[in-house]
Design a protein around this ligand. Sequence first.
Ligand code: ZN
Length: 221
Amino acid sequence: MSILPVVTYNDPILREKAAPVEAMDNRVRTLIDDMIETMYHSQGVGLAAPQIGESLQIFVTNSDPMTEDLDDEQDVGEFVFINPEILSLSGDDIRVEEGCLSLPTLRDDVTRPDEVHIRYLDRDMNPRELKASGWFSRVIQHEYDHLQGVLFIDHLSMFKRRLHRSLLRKIDAGNVKMDYPLKPRTETSAEGANAATQTVENSHTVENSHTVENSHTGDAG
Ligand code: ZN
């Protein structure tokens, strides 16, 4: 098992809709083991495959650290969700502060429904369904969002996102150091920038490179 670097804000993979897992094989099994190890190492309560650079519909959770002050009966342990589908969201809207391993040091209140009903495949590809509430439900909804290309800051008002703009820029530039390995977008964008430059030299796609720049600052704002 290995600890994998976590991709950060503005990496394009965090904005993709992840592909379904077609079949369980050694590669996927290793990926899941690595995701679990990475989640514990980074003291996260959930991790989605796009966060370690794999655009696949897999997320892992262990929300127990969030419920340590409460009754042990609320502890649910470790879960692997493959090809999940949210069947319904219900209950009161609850506002709680969230964070994300891909948005290091950024925290803000997010409103989500208290209860989730989800269908998924477990790590042996057996179909399963579960209903969750409280922290477990929140973690499921947060990680499920990652598979749709959605980040928790997307749930914030434009005003709140603007307040976080400078921190988002810092994260994007790789200027936030954490106890777990991060893979800032700048590492991959260096290749992307070279490719873009070549395209510009070879043809007339200057417009495209402008679009990329604009959408980048648009996201940050
Ligand atoms: Zn997250």
